[in-house]
Design a protein around this ligand. Sequence first.
Ligand code: CAA
Length: 293
Amino acid sequence: MPTDVKTIAVIGAGQMGGGIAQVAATAGINAIAYDAFPASLDKCKALHTKLMARAVEKGKMSQSDANAALARISYTADFDAITKADWVVEAAVEDAALKAELFQRLARTFTNPRVVLATNTSSISITQIAAAAEAETPGAGSRVIGMHFFNPVPVMKLVEVIRGLTTTDEVTQRTIDLSIAMGKEPHAANDRAGFVSNRVLMPMINEAFYAWMEGVAEPEDIDAIMMKGCAHPMGPLRLADFIGLDTCVHIMDVLADGLNNDRYRACPKLKQLVTAGRLGNKTQRGVYDYTSK
Ligand code: CAA
């Protein structure tokens, strides 16, 4: 079914939220990028302009299409400005308490039963987020769904669609339709810790840290072995830097607690780097040093 969504509000203009807004606008859907921090909005806008210019340079997009896509994105630090949206994708930081508060606010703001409240969470329970919305506005929990994009959003094809216990079939189908309209390939997963992507990916990354910690091989070799032997586009340690080592620890904690199994505990080596503030690309140091780039 074609999507009927005209305007998406994206909450959080970081790497993921910015990517989601860009993909929506490129697909002809209006996007409102909301962030409480104006500096994040400025950074997001500058990145959109740069990526669109690069797409034109490479001949992937005409100048007029790029201009039209950029014109479809608005940037705001005013929460009231998002109320004209008919779909919300939350892409704020991975903090369960913050998301609960945010979804209460969204449920209060968007009382129209057609407005879907999607979250880009990578591992927090959709049912738990929906319960917060439901507590605020009865019925709102049935409009909450997981719409999990992958980084870099403009490049990665997948949207993992996760329905919570109370999500309706209609909301699920409309999420699939919207994902397709955004040029993505949706696949369904149930609401269990880590869903599918992080249930499988994160323990592999964690194991790579154990292999490093135990001296099985150096990071460059671990990554090269997985790239050349298993055709991964990035080795697991470089991918961990790309995702953010703090995010990796957070997801391992969600797996360990949610699946009640200590085999999912984050590797001490991974935790140590986080303690040292080496969070990966975003701090220019993680497993690897990016300061010279
Ligand atoms: N935004 C937009 N486009 C980007 C981009 C970005 N941030 N980064 C790279 N690209 C584009 C480039 O412009 C280039 O496009 P063209 O082919 O049109 O020229 C293309 O991607 C390839 O980029 P590069 O040639 O620079 O580099 P590469 O071939 O090494 O690819 C990569 C880079 C796409 C990131 C690739 O290394 C890759 O696929 N890595 C794995 C990414 C991955 O696994 N992501 C999922 C992480 S898990 C997650 O997101 C969810 C979670 O819950 C933790």
